[in-house]
Ligand binder design. Structure first.
Ligand code: ADP
Ligand code: MG
Length: 340
């Protein structure tokens, strides 16, 4: 039932979204052959903007694509889209496609300016048991709910790096929102990533999926973004390498969010800040991932524990939100408002 409702809404939304991205198949009309287009798709480049967002070097590294071909492709792309500027008015029109997905708590939504935003990366970080994974589970359900503001709802992809995803939790949360649990589970694509490289490879699949089912997916979750990097790269000697790989992943995520107009929610761990003891910082812990992650996340929320099921969320960094904080609760039905 719910499935059907969602499909209809998604169909409606699709027609609006059609103009949102241009399929790379249209390169055929500009003299690029099908085999080469297929090669681009295998690495998750499926749209004209996707090519525009890729450097020549990236394209040259694709098996079977020569430098000469890259030139030809880039030239074809420049004929299809204007390379650069929009007026602020035009950009404003484009930003009208931005939507927000509810956290499950009205107070927390207010703090976030409506929830997690599309065309952006929202990062929640905090210590163990601060509710990051519960938040991710709640989003899997709320992302599917249509809102009075005109958001149609849609499907979700979740990449789990810590083996903490529990489909049964989605059932409890679905029940709280009075939606069919089976339909909800059916709209969440799940993958367990085992290495940071695997995590990156999965993004090719994600981009392919977002393209294939244009406009149906609204949210990508990675819980958590850094866990595998922490295992795969150890010690100071590998730090530069880790940060470089991390930067590539985050750049990919940013592009995917803009290219397909989806929200991206990532969680992150914290570590003791070795400099803190000397600087009398109030909170001697900080999120891992360094400047690379700090710059890539559009909005960062820090989470800490309150009494019982209460948690406190604080805006840590945002281009357009004040540094306020609010409390919320972790309940059987997912993230909710804290009762007074
Ligand atoms: N079904 C549930 N009902 C209520 N609270 C739950 C439920 N499942 C987990 N929690 C609470 O969620 C918290 C763990 O949050 P979690 O999101 O896993 O933390 P993190 O990912 O930040 O380590 C625990 O305090 C736990 O009691
Ligand atoms: Mg967790």
């Amino acid at each position: 039932m719910m499935d059907q409702v969602l499909d209809e809404e998604v169909d409606l939304h699709n027609s609006e979204e059609e103009s949102f991205f241009q399929d790379i198949d249209m390169l055929q009309k500009h003299g690029i052959n099908v085999a080469d287009i297929k090669k681009l798709k295998t690495v998750g480049i499926c749209t004209i903007r996707g090519i525009q967002m890729s450097t020549r070097k990236t394209l040259c590294n694709i098996k079977g694509i020569s430098e000469a071909k890259v030139d030809k492709i880039k030239e074809a792309v420049s004929k299809i889209i204007e390379p650069g500027f929009l007026t602020a008015l035009e950009y404003g029109e484009k930003r009208k496609n931005v939507f927000h997905i509810s956290t499950g708590s009205q107070e927390l939504d207010k703090l976030l300016g409506g929830g997690v935003e599309s065309m952006a990366i929202t990062e929640a970080f905090g210590e163990f048991r601060t509710g990051k994974t519960q938040m991710a589970h709640t989003f899997c359900v709320t992302a599917q709910l249509a809102t009075p503001k005109g958001y149609a709802g849609g499907k979700v992809i979740l990449i789990d790096t810590e083996n903490t995803f529990r489909p049964e939790r989605l059932r409890d949360i679905a029940e709280r929102f009075n939606v069919d649990p089976d339909a909800v589970l059916d709209n969440v694509l799940y993958a367990r990533a085992y290495t940071s490289e695997h995590q990156m490879e999965l993004l090719d699949y994600v981009a392919g999926k977002f393209h294939e089912e244009g406009g149906q997916f609204k949210l990508l979750i990675i819980d958590s973004i850094m866990a595998l990097f922490r295992v795969d790269f150890t010690g100071r000697g590998e730090l530069a390498d880790r940060q470089q790989k991390l930067a590539q992943m985050l750049s990919r995520l940013q592009k995917i969010s803009e290219e397909y107009n989806v929200a991206i929610f990532i969680t992150n761990q914290m570590t003791a800040d070795p400099g803190a003891a000397m600087s009398f910082q109030a909170d001697p812990k900080k999120p891992i991932g360094g400047h690379i992650l700090a710059h890539a996340s559009t909005t960062r929320i820090s989470l800490r524990k309150g009494r019982g099921e209460i948690r406190i969320a604080k805006i840590y960094d945002s281009p357009d939100l004040p540094e306020n904080e609010t409390s919320f609760a972790i309940t059987g039905g997912g993230v909710a408002d804290a009762k007074e």
